[in-house]
Ligand binder design. Structure first.
Ligand SMILES: NC(=O)c1ccc[n+]([C@@H]2O[C@H](COP(=O)([O-])OP(=O)(O)OC[C@H]3O[C@@H](n4cnc5c(N)ncnc54)[C@H](OP(=O)(O)O)[C@@H]3O)[C@@H](O)[C@H]2O)c1
Length: 336
C-alpha cells in the first residue's frame, strides 16, 4: 500500500513510499482510510519532542483517522465490512480511569497511524463514525473534539450558565467553543488575531480577549467575570502561563491542563494554587466510552467540525506546514 513514512525526525524525513498492507488478526479490523486530521501531537512527533524514545522508525504517522472497514479478523462482532469507523488514540483505554501505560498503545506512534491507504484498528477501540459526517469531518474528532468534550463534561462537569475560558483557535479550542456553547455555558475565548476573535463569536464565544494585545489576559478575564474568575479553564498553552490560568479561574475552580504550546515545563507559583484551592488536572484525551457519548451529543446538537483546509494525500507535508503556522480549527488530509 501507499504510505507516508517518517524515517527520522524532521519533516524532510517524511516521505511517500510503500509499506506492506497489514492483515487483520483476531479481533482486528482492516480499515481503508478515507481521511486523517493533524493534531499538534503529530507535528511534535515529527519534530522529535513528543516521547521521542517511543517513536519507531520508520513510522506511519498521524493518529486520527476515519474510514471504512474492508476486512475483519476472527471473532469480530462489533463491526462488519462496510461500516464507517474512527480510530481512537489510546487504543486500550476503553472506560473508567486510565492505566499507567496508555501511551504505549496509541496510534501514530508507537502504533502505525492513518497516513496510509490502510490501517489496523482493534474492534474494541474502534468507534462508529457519525453518519452525518463525511470522512474528512469525522477524522477531526478522535483527539481534538474528544479532548474538548472530556475536559468540559467528564472532568469539568460544566453546567449551563457557568463560564469557561478557552485559549487560541486551534483544533481543541474551536471544538471547546462549539461544545461549551451548546452546553449553555458562557465562553470566553482568547486569540492572537482579531479576525479569529470575530470568527469565534459566530461559533458561540460571548467574550473575547486578544492575548497579544493584552498579555495580562487574566486581568481582563477577572474583569469580565466580576473579579471572580471562570468556573473552568482549558489550558492548551502550558509553560509559565499556567500561573495566569490559575489567576483567571475562580476559587475552587478547575483547570484542564491539556497543552504545552509555549513550553513543556512551568515555574509554578504554589501559593495562588493553594489559596485559590484550584484543581489542576492533567488531561490525556479520554477513554473510548467518552467518545461514544460525545458522538451522540454532536449528532443531537448538529455540531459540525470547523475545517481550515483539506489537503490531498500527496500534499501531506504542506498540511504539516499549515499546522505549524497555526490553523483555525482543523487541518485534514484526504487519503482516498
Ligand atoms: N493532553 C491532551 O489530551 C491533548 C489533546 C489535544 C491537544 N493537546 C495539546 O494541546 C495543544 C493544542 O493542540 P491543538 O491540536 O489544538 O493545536 P493547534 O490546532 O496547532 O492550535 C494552535 C493554536 O493555539 C493558539 N496558541 C498558540 N500559542 C498560544 C498561546 N501562547 N496562548 C494561547 N493560544 C495559543 C493559536 O491560536 P491563535 O492563532 O488564535 O492565537 C494557534 O493557532 C498542543 O500542545 C497539543 O499537544 C493535548
Amino acid at each position: 500500500m501507499k504510505a507516508w513514512l517518517l524515517n527520522d525526525f524532521g519533516l524532510d524525513n517524511l516521505v511517500l513510499g510503500e509499506a506492506p498492507t497489514p492483515q487483520p488478526k483476531a479481533g482486528e479490523l482492516l480499515v481503508k482510510v478515507g481521511a486523517v486530521s493533524l493534531n499538534y501531537r503529530d507535528k511534535a512527533i515529527v519534530d522529535g519532542i513528543y516521547e521521542p524514545h517511543l517513536v519507531p522508525k520508520p513510522l506511519i504517522p498521524v493518529s486520527d483517522a476515519a474510514g471504512t472497514v474492508v476486512a475483519i479478523g476472527d471473532g469480530v462482532t462489533r463491526f462488519k465490512a462496510g461500516d464507517r469507523v474512527n480510530s481512537h488514540l489510546y487504543s486500550r483505554w476503553l472506560d473508567g480511569a486510565p492505566g499507567p501505560d496508555e501511551s504505549l498503545y496509541s496510534f501514530g506512534s508507537p502504533l502505525p497511524g492513518g497516513l496510509a491507504e490502510y490501517m489496523i484498528i482493534h474492534e474494541q477501540s474502534a468507534v462508529r463514525a457519525p453518519d452525518a459526517m463525511s470522512d474528512e469531518e469525522a477524522a477531526t474528532l478522535p483527539i481534538a473534539a474528544l479532548t474538548a468534550w472530556y475536559s468540559l463534561v467528564d472532568f469539568g462537569q460544566l453546567q449551563p450558565g457557568q463560564s469557561v475560558l478557552v485559549q487560541g483557535t486551534g483544533g481543541v479550542s474551536i471544538f471547546t467553543i462549539q461544545i461549551a456553547a451548546a452546553l449553555g455555558a458562557r465562553v470566553i475565548a482568547t486569540s492572537s488575531r482579531d479576525d479569529n476573535l470575530e470568527a469565534v463569536k459566530k461559533l458561540g464565544a460571548s467574550d473575547v480577549v486578544n492575548y497579544r494585545v493584552t498579555p495580562q489576559w487574566e486581568q481582563e478575564v477577572l474583569r469580565l467575570t466580576g473579579g471572580k474568575g471562570v468556573d473552568l479553564l482549558l489550558d492548551v498553552a502550558g509553560g509559565n502561563g499556567v500561573n495566569q490560568s490559575i489567576a483567571a479561574t475562580k476559587a475552587g475552580g478547575r483547570i484542564a491542563q491539556i497543552g504545552f504550546l509555549t513550553g513543556q515545563e512551568t515555574q509554578l507559583n504554589l501559593m495562588p494554587l493553594i489559596f485559590r484551592q484550584t484543581t489542576l488536572r492533567g488531561i490525556a484525551v479520554a477513554p473510548r466510552s467518552s467518545f461514544d457519548r460525545m458522538n451522540v451529543f454532536l449528532n443531537d446538537k448538529k455540531i459540525r467540525p470547523v475545517i481550515d483546509h483539506v489537503y490531498t494525500f500527496e500534499e501531506a507535508r504542506e498540511a504539516y506546514q499549515h499546522l505549524a503556522r497555526g490553523p483555525f480549527g482543523k487541518v485534514v488530509i484526504k487519503v482516498s
